[in-house]
Write a protein that binds this ligand. Structure first.
Ligand code: MV4
Length: 446
């Protein structure tokens, strides 16, 4: 195991990684921006290095400053957390050149899966169902129209360099496809400096289901079952759960095995999430791979009992996954609500400010992952997520009841949060019977 690593992140995930390090006897060095200089979690680190002003471009996204900190602190590895540099293959490459272990996949695997056209090809080679669509990139509008007429409308045009919902356009006929193609190309060029596009059949009313996977350097790959992340707004997840409440055992096993074939085909190492769309007929289609630990990983930790961050560290340090798939069991139901400093009544506008009152819930089956506390300042510079409330119970009904009880116990003042929105969703009859798709919040909530 490493003796000392650097955490190139902030907030709750930095604290989550510090905790895993200390349980493994690893020293944790954090970098922080001027905006985070008084953060309590920074004091828990074995060493803390200020890397610049609040703006992420000059701190948490600044590769030279992070590498300098790693050199000064003399660490063996860097954990990138999620967001910021977590899926930056160039950063992983620089770490390698500097002799620092990147706690994540190889740059090659990141390039292979970061490009969605390439990821689709890997999925097809691994006999993983992909959404019907183009075999590779589409050269021009004429080719797009040809494929659209073959697979049938509606279709969706996506950017190869996209993901997370950016650079996508839906078209319902040849005429709208012209505009959609031009808009998607312009957006992809501007956002990713890569105009490569591909086309897929547009799946109506899908659910978002993803499989948690770990793979080690000895080519062992194991899945830790699925999470259902259908409840999201503008590609920001709000409530996640495991298991997916609508999957039967046979489909679930197929889905999880498909995810394993994909990461093995990609020669992927470390934690990954393989994302699928699930249609109303329970067909699943691969859409993309997240080559990082995700925000919602605690949901999987609760139902499997495995610490995924510790596994990331062990795998990066060269340990093998000394587990058998049949010994990874799934118990009960876990739910996660994201507590964001946002005002759901004002179109979820960010609500930064000082927290004068903070009382977290507790009790049986409740986990709170947060770096905030009474008296702390929620900065406007970063993501608005301030806490994750996770519950674990024997049944979905009990998990919903525990979550509602815990959300009502939570006291966060005076800033507005997503707590009322989460409570509203948890009481909605369609959520309760799990009759939802990815448009649920926009379509069914005020
Ligand atoms: C789709 C789709 C329907 N059909 N692809 C959005 C984010 C990116 N990960 C993929 N996304 C979608 N791809 C096909 N062929 C609908 C979405 C989508 C979506 C997917 C998952 C979760 C929420 C979503 C919200 C809107 C659209």
């Amino acid at each position: 195991m490493f003796s000392r690593i650097l955490i190139a992140n902030r907030g709750e995930i930095a604290l989550r990684i510090i905790r895993a390090c200390h349980e493994l006897g690893v020293e944790a060095v954090v970098v922080f921006s001027q905006a985070d200089k008084d953060a309590e979690y920074v004091k828990l680190a074995d060493e803390a290095i200020c890397i610049g002003p609040p703006a992420a471009a000059q701190s948490y996204l600044n590769i030279p400053r992070i590498i300098s900190a790693a050199e000064i602190a003399d660490v063996e590895a860097i954990h990138p957390g999620y967001g910021f540099l977590a899926e930056n293959a160039h950063f992983a490459e620089i770490c390698r050149e500097c002799g620092i272990t990147f706690i994540g996949p190889s740059p090659e695997a990141m390039y292979r899966l970061g490009d969605k056209v390439s990821a689709r090809e890997i999925a097809r080679n691994a006999r993983v169902p992909v959404v019907p669509g183009s075999d590779g990139e589409i050269a021009d509008e004429n080719e797009a129209i040809k494929i659209a007429n073959k697979i049938g409308y509606p279709v969706i045009i996506k950017a190869a360099a996209g993901g997370g919902g950016r650079g996508m356009r839906v078209a319902h006929n040849d005429i709208s496809l012209h505009g959609a193609f031009a808009a998607a190309r312009a957006e992809a060029e501007a956002a990713f400096k890569n105009g490569t596009l591909y086309i897929e059949k547009y799946i109506l009313q899908p659910r978002h289901v993803e499989v948690q996977v770990l793979a080690d350097k000895a080519s062992n790959a194991l899945h830790f079952y699925e999470r259902d992340c259908t409840i999201q707004r503008r590609h920001q997840k709000l409530i996640e759960e495991s298991p997916c409440p609508v999957l039967d055992e046979a489909t679930r096993e197929e889905l999880c095995k498909a995810a394993l074939r994909l990461v093995q085909e990609a020669e992927y190492v470390n934690a990954a999430t393989v994302e699928f769309l699930l249609d109303r007929d329970k067909n699943f289609y691969f859409i993309e791979v997240n080559a990082r630990i995700q925000v919602e990983h605690p949901v999987t930790e609760m139902v499997t009992g495995h610490d995924l961050i510790k596994w990331q560290l062990k795998i990066a340090a060269g340990q093998t996954l000394d587990l058998r798939q049949k010994d990874i069991t799934h118990n009960g139901v876990a739910l996660e609500c994201r507590i964001n400093a946002e005002d759901p009544r004002r179109n979820y506008a960010p609500c930064p400010g000082t927290i004068t009152k903070f009382i977290a819930p507790g009790g049986m089956g409740v986990r709170v992952d947060t770096h905030v506390h009474q008296g702390c300042v929620v900065s406007p510079y970063y993501d608005s997520m301030i806490a994750k409330l996770i519950v674990h119970q024997r049944t979905r009904e009990e998990a919903i009841a525990t979550m509602k009880r815990a959300l009502r116990e939570f006291r966060i003042e005076p800033i507005k949060t997503t707590i009322p929105a989460c409570l509203e969703i948890l009481s909605h009859h369609l959520f309760i019977k799990s009759d939802v798709d990815t448009s649920f919040i926009e379509q069914k909530m005020g």
